[in-house]
Design a protein around this ligand. Structure first.
Ligand SMILES: Cc1cc2nc3c(=O)[nH]c(=O)nc-3n(C[C@H](O)[C@H](O)[C@H](O)COP(=O)(O)O)c2cc1C
Length: 216
């Protein structure tokens, strides 16, 4: 039986390939509440192990909180930079790793492992399945934001305890991401890390295996 390709398929692939991690292009124009609602609704429609829906989204727009987080991220950036030598250090020096204040909106995504009760169907053997579910929600958010013409930048240059304290997350909730979300002047066609010579996207064939894992 042949499969039916939905009319929306071309648009979906277009959005997937347009999606970009955004750092430099934020305009600071606020995101309209109805747009934000749709984007968060897409995140909340993600699959989750045992239907646990273990995510939380904390919307941060206070300039003071944005600045405090940005300053923390810059310290972590410096710490990483100090671990590099030679060409890696020179290349990294040109790379921007966040658009926290420029975007004007941070969405902190949390993982609550207690969500879904004590027996989450499907998590008994793989505890990380809860975390995987949160990442599915983030990807939904990212694609929906792209379809809305917004940029998203995932920031991971932070210490979890710092971010937890900054936004008042209880100790059992794990911060998974800070997402800079906002209007952009453009979405670049090429990832920054490729443009600045840090790393390239590998060809598909190098990660697909037939029947059994084949070492490269
Ligand atoms: C888990 C995760 C953490 C990331 N952390 C950062 C980060 O701290 N700073 C940053 O600039 N980009 C970050 N990125 C974005 C990646 O650098 C980016 O996805 C990659 O270079 C490919 O570019 P593209 O997303 O535009 O295709 C992160 C992405 C993921 C999935």
């Amino acid at each position: 039986m042949s499969t039916v390709r939905l009319p929306a398929a071309a648009n979906l692939y277009d959005v997937i390939h347009r999606r970009r991690d955004t750092r430099r292009e934020f305009t600071g124009v606020p995101v309209a509440p109805d747009v934000l609602e749709r984007v968060l609704g897409a995140a909340h429609a993600a699959p989750s192990v045992g239907m646990s829906q273990p995510w939380d989204f904390i919307l941060v727009g206070s300039p003071d909180t944005l600045t405090r987080f940005r300053d923390h991220v810059m310290r972590e950036r410096d710490a990483f930079a100090a671990s590099l030598d030679g060409e890696r250090a020179d290349t990294f020096a040109r790379i921007k790793v966040e658009g926290i204040c420029d975007s004007g909106l941070g969405i902190v995504v949390g993982y609550d492992p207690t969500r879904g009760g004590p027996q989450v169907l499907g998590r008994h053997a793989i505890d990380d399945a809860g975390l995987y579910s949160v990442v599915c929600a983030i990807q939904n958010l990212w694609l929906a934001a792209t379809a809305e013409g917004l940029g998203v930048g995932w920031v991971s240059f932070y210490r979890e305890e710092f971010l937890r304290d900054l936004v008042g997350m209880p100790s059992h909730v794990r911060p998974v991401a800070w997402l800079c979300v906002g209007h952009v002047s453009e979405l670049p066609g090429t990832p920054d890390l490729e443009r600045y010579g840090w790393r390239d996207r590998s060809p598909l064939q190098t990660v697909v295996h037939q029947e059994r894992y084949s070492p490269r």
